[in-house]
Design a binder for this molecule. Structure first.
Ligand SMILES: C[S@@+](CC[C@H](N)C(=O)[O-])C[C@H]1O[C@@H](n2cnc3c(N)ncnc32)[C@H](O)[C@@H]1O
Ligand code: SF4
Length: 449
């Protein structure tokens, strides 16, 4: 059987699977987790330990048709002002609940478009964070930047705030693809943003491109990849376009007749991966590439790569605190998500309470399945002894889950007394779905990215 037939037989070209940036995934969170649970989890964070912070800015000036993220369009700065005040109040509340001496591991601003904030608000937010969670020499400060929504003053404000890594969204440089996905962006603007941010101190550059977009061909994607490589990124994300118009309403504007089919998507991914490989970028996990010396690649090589809500990470902190509307916090004990809408979020914070709306408290079975899924996504392998040690589960329980997987995916899995190894990384999300205790046949096909 050819590799293609094997992938087809296991459903790669027809199935949808979550990205498993958490387990359980956010759609399986419940309403039992509220502000009190979140406050309790914050209080239990060990003194002097390291935590990471995610700050969510849900606003965008433009609303790209392809985008599946929860974003809110605004043409004025008025909503930004009110939202910034709420972020500052939430930061103070969170800091008050944490024990003394907690240090910052990673700080990430995501969205939406964090650089929609005018320069003075960028500085104000950075100072507010710094008051409670100062950056130290080892901490990383990264920001997601839309290259069409940044200028010299914003770059200077980010540089002064201590930015160390920037993620620029490219998606595709081809004009026909850009107009079909409602995102026009020139190579020149992107290059300017990359160079200006690097000059301002962002020593590390991440670039995002997508495969599986309408009108994308091998030639057009090759051109996009070559232009992307010209910007000399340290790290690349090559995401598969998730077409989920039932969840992201704007996507009804995407011309579905021109979307590549499953096998073509795979061929595009494979081709772009080869081009990255030839240019000196090694694969990290299922959708990242990085050059020698990059922290994510090092983590992949030494077995410490992890998964969090931003995707792959080399951050080893056990606690990630999400600030802002819809943000999710992760603790060893569970997940806590803030109210999704900015109005509901602001009302909660203005009343002096944390804005936690839903979440999940981990059971022992969740801890085991989460570790197995993280290992499948990050290492394409399950080491029985290691999983048992890290989760406190019996090795027999780890083996039982792996044996079921091996039976189903016999052509791509080998199993020994010590563990299971997967030879087709592209299938790791589908396999993770088989480990997912919350996945039923009825919700298997209705998943977002
Ligand atoms: C939420 S955006 C924020 C970045 C910034 N606002 C920008 O436009 O460059 C982060 C990344 O999510 C990815 N993304 C958004 N919608 C997607 C979709 N439908 N499928 C796959 N990836 C998607 C894109 O690669 C995008 O660069
Ligand atoms: S891709 Fe970026 S700018 Fe476009 S809608 Fe999504 S978050 Fe906003």
């Amino acid at each position: 059987m050819t590799q293609h037939e094997t992938l087809r037989r296991y459903g790669l070209f027809t199935s949808r699977a979550p990205r498993y940036t958490s387990y359980p995934t956010a759609p399986h969170f419940n309403n039992e987790t509220g502000p009190e649970t979140m406050a309790g989890w914050l209080e239990q964070v060990p003194e002097q330990s390291k935590v990471s912070l995610y700050i969510h800015i849900p606003f965008c000036r433009r609303l790209c048709w392809f985008c599946a993220c929860r974003t809110q369009g605004t043409q004025t700065d008025a909503p930004l002002r009110g939202y910034l005040d709420m972020l500052k109040a939430e930061l103070a509340m969170v800091a008050n609940s944490l024990p003394a001496g907690v240090q910052l591991s990673r700080l990430h601003w995501g969205g939406g478009t964090p650089t929609i904030l005018p320069p003075a608000m960028i500085t104000e937010l950075a100072e507010a964070i710094d008051r409670h969670f100062p950056l130290s020499s080892g901490s990383e400060f990264s920001v997601e930047v839309d290259p069409t929504m940044v200028d010299a003053e914003k770059v200077a404000a980010l540089g002064a705030a201590g930015l160390t890594r920037v993620s620029l969204g490219i998606q595709d440089f081809d004009p026909q693809v850009q107009s079909a996905i409602g995102r026009i962006q020139s190579f020149e603007d992107t290059k300017w943003a990359a160079e200006a941010l690097r000059d301002a101190g962002a020593k590390n550059l991440n670039l995002d491109i997508l495969y599986g977009l309408p009108f994308q061909t091998a030639d057009s994607l090759t051109d996009t990849v070559n232009k992307t490589l010209e910007l000399s990124p340290d790290r690349l994300a090559l995401y598969g376009y998730a077409h989920v118009p039932w969840a992201a309403k704007r996507q009804v504007l995407i011309p579905e007749d021109h979307l590549p089919d499953g096998p073509t998507r795979y061929a595009l991914f494979h081709m772009a991966s080869q081009l990255f490989g030839a240019a000196g970028y090694d694969a990290v996990g299922i959708d990242h590439f990085a050059r020698a010396g990059d922290g994510l690649l090092n983590a992949s090589l030494n077995g410490t790569l992890r998964r969090n809500f931003q995707g792959y990470t080399d951050d080893q902190a056990d606690v990630l605190i999400g600030i802002g509307a819809s943000s999710i916090s992760r603790f060893p004990a569970g997940y806590a998500q803030n109210a999704p809408g900015t109005g509901e979020y602001a009302t909660a914070i203005a009343s002096g309470k944390l804005a936690t709306k839903r979440g999940h408290t981990m059971t022992q079975d969740d801890v085991l399945r989460a570790q197995i899924i993280e290992d499948l996504m990050c290492r394409f392998a399950i080491d029985f002894g290691n999983v048992a040690k890290r989760t406190g589960a019996a090795q027999a329980d780890v083996k039982a889950i792996a044996t079921d997987l091996q039976r189903k995916y016999a052509d791509v899995c080998s199993i020994s007394a010590d563990g299971l190894t997967l030879s087709e990384p592209a299938l790791s999300r589908l396999m993770a779905m088989d480990v997912d205790g919350y996945m039923t046949n009825s919700n298997r096909h209705s998943l977002a990215i």
